[in-house]
Design a protein around this ligand. Structure first.
Ligand SMILES: [Zn+2]
Length: 117
């Protein structure tokens, strides 16, 4: 699924379907600093991984492991993964998937805290 990841003022990522009108609106109102990443993603995990690679750890080999072993994303099996991959999982709750990402496996989820609206 083609997605775009926008960075908010506090640098928290928000994920939209590519071309979603909310992105342009967010940029206009300065809710978003910019659109940081655009890509085609299979799962929400892949999105978080890409964000993490881009922002936090561009050169970590474990990220490459997940690229090469997509099954590890699905099972969440970290048996062969190291701390960095665990950090990807820790980062996941901070990545906000908007309703327009509903078609993405593991994507849009009703937020646990209902305060953000
Ligand atoms: Zn959207």
């Amino acid at each position: 699924m083609k997605l775009q990841i926008a960075a908010t003022g506090s640098n928290d990522p928000e994920v939209h379907a590519a071309g979603c009108t909310d992105i342009q609106r967010g940029l206009r109102t300065r809710k978003y600093q910019d659109v940081r990443l655009t890509g085609d993603y299979d799962t929400a995990y892949a999105v978080v991984l890409d964000w993490w690679q881009d922002i936090i750890a561009e050169r970590i080999e474990d990220a490459q492991y997940l690229h090469d072993h997509p099954e590890a994303r699905l099972t969440g099996d970290t048996g062969e993964l190291t701390t960095e991959a665990a950090e990807v999982r820790d980062l996941a709750p901070y990545v906000k998937f908007l309703p327009c990402t509903k078609g993405l496996p593991g994507g849009f989820r009703p937020s646990k805290s209902t305060s953000s609206r």
